[in-house]
Design a protein around this ligand. Structure first.
Ligand SMILES: *Cc1c(COP(=O)(O)O)cnc(C)c1O
Length: 236
């Protein structure tokens, strides 16, 4: 790792944390209630190590093969790994074995596999249900009408711990439209809490819509570009 690259990552994290604190103050949120997930997909393990050295602990990955290489290379560090990419049946075993969180769960069949495949010597796998809040714009995510039944079924699986919801709204540069989409996810989250589910994580907000996400109650921001810069070509 070049010292210069590590310094850039450290500097971007510092700027980002400062901006998040300012937005929290502005919108009446507790900064401690808003966590940061560094999305390291396509970036090398050395970049993750640089962010970790700057105090970042939670990392998000979308491509399984690439993620497993980084997890293995960095196993000496106390990091928390989140799988945020598309889920398929043939990937669930390795995800259940190597990750701490899965944010992209949207089908009961995949949840059952993850629960059955979670190793006995690890804590239950933390999961978020990915919700499709923008309708046809995105193919993944459970539709809102089906969310309560899926949440009820997932909460009963012994080796999963349902922590909350995640969404990737259709991209918009309009602040009002960003807020409207995030508000819909927050309402679904509260509806499940009112049904008695003990949820504590609302994963929304990426580099381009962080302020709107904080304004609407996000507890977990997923930032890639804002920490690591433009994404590299996908490696696997
Ligand atoms: C890539 C990715 C991100 C990070 O996006 P940036 O715009 O680079 O911050 C966040 N969430 C998910 C699910 C992603 O796939």
């Amino acid at each position: 790792m070049s010292d210069q690259r590590a310094e850039i990552i450290r500097g971007r994290l510092e700027v980002l944390r400062h901006a998040i604190d300012e937005w929290c103050r502005h919108y009446g949120r507790q900064p401690a209630a808003v966590r940061l997930l560094a999305v390291s997909k396509t970036f090398p393990a050395s970049d993750v190590a640089a962010a970790a050295a700057a105090g970042q602990r939670a990392f998000g990955e979308s491509y399984l093969k690439e993620a497993l290489e980084k997890i293995a290379a960095l196993r000496h560090l106390p990091l928390e790994w989140h799988f945020i990419g598309p889920l398929q049946s043939n990937k669930t075993r390795l995800i259940a074995e190597h990750f701490d969180w899965v944010q992209s769960l949207d089908r009961l069949k995949l949840a059952e596999r993850l629960s059955a495949q979670r190793p006995a010597d690890r804590a239950p796998l933390n999961v978020l249900l990915q919700v499709n809040i923008s309708g046809e714009a995105s193919k993944s995510g459970v539709a809102l009408p089906e969310l309560p039944a899926l949440a009820e079924a997932v909460r009963r699986l012994p080796r999963l711990r349902l922590r909350g919801l995640m969404a990737i709204p259709a991209p918009s540069r309009d602040f009002g439209a960003q807020r409207t989409a995030f508000r819909a996810l927050h309402q679904a989250y509260r509806m499940l809490q009112e049904k008695g589910l003990a949820l504590d994580t609302l994963s929304m907000g990426m580099s381009a819509d962080l302020e709107a996400a904080i304004a609407e109650g996000s507890t977990l921001l997923r930032v890639g570009t804002g920490i690591f810069g433009p994404r590299r070509p996908k490696t696997g």
